[in-house]
Design a protein around this ligand. Structure first.
Ligand SMILES: C[S@@+](CC[C@H](N)C(=O)[O-])C[C@H]1O[C@@H](n2cnc3c(N)ncnc32)[C@H](O)[C@@H]1O
Length: 386
């Protein structure tokens, strides 16, 4: 058993772990005791803790309902329609093509989730969460594509037991289980490539803020999608030469984007399979942005080895993606990505320590973690080649 908070067992202090585990068991039996719960909520000094715990547990039970309220708002374009300003209920119900009482039900639920604000005169306006969402097309697209995830998770135990051979997300991410990912057609990659592009902007800003790239000359972004990340890098560091490697159909889309944005003179796109094809050489920086969590350990090992071959002495690799933070209350790694990737049929979230150990095995040196402002969006690891 691993120790609480993800601390690995220190065998030289067995008495310490024995005491800790006993107090752990005691805590759980106290928290589960109905009499204790009643006392804690009656006593003024512990009431707020009891209320918060009850609320957290209720939120766990109700999370799917909250997500469906958000989904309904996105599907009906509620946030975009409130962008111009508050609307009266009858008028807004007509805009949403809903009966007035159904609109009230949806909007009151959205008020409870801080997506919408209720204003005087039976009017509704954007709430604080709605205001964040309306300014971020990536969140809208993510919510829309979650319809597939929720369908795939309808029986999570069947997924855990490996009883589901096909899921909507396996089809959506055409490379996830493909025998020949290189052959994916434009139709098969179009949707995920546009989702990745829409959700990339904030991530690129995080990466650039945590790791300025001005000291490099040539950067190769592997699995670079339609080039949204590289274009953000290119704007910030005008002297960098940019190369993108992705599946042929994705790289073709990136090429069109570079041309449309007048950056093709400094950007090269290459189509291929990063597990099987040689990676282009001559770059002093290689990036893997939201790549390795999609793949199981052995393919990731092969990819690291290929990257290692492609970098000369003095070259550097950066890995950016949301990482598992075992022992913290961050839900994005182990909870969200853990189950998302299971539905996708490939990959797993990894802690920074696991990624760093894999890099070390493949011969990288000077491996370190760089803090980002929003680990929820991305963590960052850097490794060098000697
Ligand atoms: C999750 S997306 C990330 C895209 C981009 N890096 C970003 O963060 O927006 C994974 C990318 O890896 C590419 N990819 C997956 N398997 C690949 C393979 N075997 N060879 C080349 N590219 C691959 C996909 O086409 C996709 O563009």
């Amino acid at each position: 058993m691993s120790a609480p908070n993800g601390v690995s067992r220190v065998t030289s202090f067995p008495w310490f772990w024995a005491v800790l585990e006993r107090s752990y068991a005691l805590r759980n039996s106290v928290l589960g005791n109905l009499k204790f719960q009643r006392l804690a909520s009656a006593f003024p000094l512990t009431r707020w803790v009891a209320q918060r715990r009850a609320r957290d547990v209720f939120d766990l039970c109700a999370g799917f309902v909250y997500s469906q309220i958000l989904f309904a708002c996105v599907k009906l374009d509620v946030f975009e329609k409130l962008r111009a300003g508050p609307q009266s209920l009858p008028h807004f119900a007509a805009m949403l093509a809903l009966p007035v009482e159904a609109a009230r039900r949806l909007l009151d639920a959205a008020v409870a989730l801080k997506l919408v604000d209720k204003l005087s005169g039976d009017r509704y306006g954007l709430g604080p969460h709605g205001a964040v969402i309306v300014g971020n097309p990536g969140i809208i697209k993510m919510v829309e594509h979650h319809a597939m995830l929720y369908a795939d998770l309808a029986d999570p135990v069947a997924l855990l037991r490996g009883e589901r051979k096909s899921t909507a997300l396996i089809d959506y991410w055409a490379y996830a289980r493909a025998k020949q990912p290189r052959e994916a057609s434009d139709d098969q990659i179009a949707q995920y490539t546009s989702l990745m592009s829409a959700s990339q902007t904030l991530i690129a800003e995080e990466i650039i803020a945590a790791y300025p790239m001005g000291g490099h000359r040539r950067v190769l972004d592997i699995g670079g999608g339609d080039g949204t990340f590289l274009r953000a890098v290119g704007v910030r560091f005008p002297n960098l030469q940019l190369t993108l490697f992705d599946l042929p159909a994705v790289a073709a889309r990136a090429q069109l984007q570079f041309e449309a944005q007048g950056q093709s003179h400094r950007a090269t796109t290459i189509g291929g399979d990063f597990f099987r094809d040689p990676l282009p050489r001559g770059h002093d920086l290689i990036s893997l942005v939201r790549i390795i969590h999609d793949h199981d350990d052995e393919p990731v090992r092969v990819l690291f080895s290929n990257v290692r071959q492609a970098l000369s002495a003095g070259g550097r690799l950066i890995i950016a993606e949301p990482m598992s933070q075992s022992g913290t209350s961050e839900t994005v790694g182990d909870a969200y990505f853990g189950f998302y990737l299971m539905a996708m049929g490939s990959g797993r979230p990894r802690t920074p320590a696991v990624i760093m150990a894999m890099l070390q095995t493949e011969g990288f040196v000077n491996i370190r973690q760089v803090k980002t402002r929003m680990p929820l969006q991305t963590g960052l690891i850097i490794a060098d080649v000697r």
